[in-house]
Ligand binder design. Structure first.
Ligand SMILES: [Zn+2]
Length: 106
């Protein structure tokens, strides 16, 4: 995940695809901070991917032979994905805050 740190107004923000090269608060050029995705993050991606696969199978009416389990798996996996993402974002934010404390960035 990418974060951006603005030296001008001292704010740490999540970097998103629509705010490329400017601080959302003051418009100054931010410093980009890269945080490596952790295991929990990959678990979240994997769970999302499998859930999407189950949804697609349902939509095209491809029978995976799971019966009612299909529905439970979908919701279960999506819940797992959400919870994992929640923790992953928290972890990455903490790491980004640590990096921002680096005197070279100030
Ligand atoms: Zn700013």
């Amino acid at each position: 995940m990418k974060f951006q740190y603005c030296r001008n107004c001292k704010t740490l923000q999540k970097r998103s695809w629509y705010s490329f090269f400017s601080c959302r608060r003051c418009g100054a050029k931010p410093v980009v901070i890269y945080i490596k995705t952790g295991i929990i993050g990959y678990v979240a991606y994997a769970a999302t991917f499998i859930a999407m696969f189950l949804v697609v199978a349902k939509v095209i009416e491809y029978d995976l032979g799971l019966g009612d389990l299909n529905l439970y798996l979908m919701f279960g996996l999506l819940t797992v994905a959400m919870v994992c993402m929640f923790y992953e974002i928290g972890r990455e934010e903490r790491l980004a805050i640590e990096k921002v404390k680096d005197p070279h960035l100030r």
